[in-house]
Ligand binder design. Structure first.
Ligand code: ADP
Ligand code: MG
Length: 206
């Protein structure tokens, strides 16, 4: 099944649902190594995104993702709002005007998004951020032979990347202020990124 406008809408609705369901978990993770707002930030931003998606019809998958990007940037302060905003804006640009997106195009859109996140936040893999979950997941999509197996591999890679943030010392974002004390905690942004891939697989895989 290719990635369509409707499937992209379903993905974003599922992601919003997951951010509501896991708000407290993300708050707890961010309380340990940040300021405790990641869950409320993401829940507020995705609630706003759903309002915007309901308020007007989007022509294609790119327009859906750009609408989400605008909502996140305008409603979420802090690091993750603009970073996810950049991700969705870049992905949306790559998918503008498309009706049925195949695996190579979908993977290329993710690559654009990840490049945007890194251009904006300057994080490299190993810095204990969302980039640690996103990078291996995007690589899994790029290395796959079909969309369904690519999405399954991406979810697994994102989960492993998320878990691998636990022993790391943070080098970007608020958690980096803690230095050594950021060790032994899973990164909140890597965790929300895992949920983004999990919902992508649920919505976009056949
Ligand atoms: P804030 O840190 O401003 O309170 P959030 O709590 O919503 O914002 O988001 C924190 C998450 O943002 C971190 O767990 C990390 O994954 C991600 N993050 C922070 N800074 C960066 C960065 N420079 N590059 C990539 N991700 C980052
Ligand atoms: Mg925070």
């Amino acid at each position: 099944m290719p990635v369509t406008r409707d499937a992209t809408l379903d993905w974003m609705k599922r992601f919003a649902g997951e951010m509501a369901e896991h708000r407290a978990e993300l708050v707890a993770l961010d309380t340990a190594i940040g300021d405790g707002d990641h869950g409320t930030n993401m829940n507020r931003g995705m609630t706003k995104a759903l309002e915007k998606l309901d308020g007007a019809e989007q022509a294609d998958p790119g327009a859906v993702l750009k609408t989400v990007a605008m909502a996140l940037v305008s409603s979420v302060g802090g690091a993750a709002g603009p970073l996810y905003g950049t991700l969705f804006l870049q992905m949306g640009g790559a998918l503008a005007g498309e009706t049925e997106v195949d695996l190579p195009r979908y993977a290329a859109a993710w690559r654009k998004g990840l490049e945007g996140v890194q251009a904006r936040g300057k994080a490299q893999p190993g810095d204990k951020t969302m980039v640690d979950a996103m990078t291996p997941a995007v690589e899994a999509l790029e290395g796959a032979s079909d969309l369904d197996s690519g999405l399954q591999a991406a979810v697994q890679a994102a989960e492993e990347g998320m878990k691998a943030t636990t022993p790391l010392i943070a080098r970007k974002g608020r958690a980096s202020y803690l230095g050594e004390r950021s060790k032994d905690h899973q990164d909140p942004g890597a965790t929300s990124t895992y949920y983004l891939f999990k919902t992508a697989a649920e919505a976009l895989a056949g």
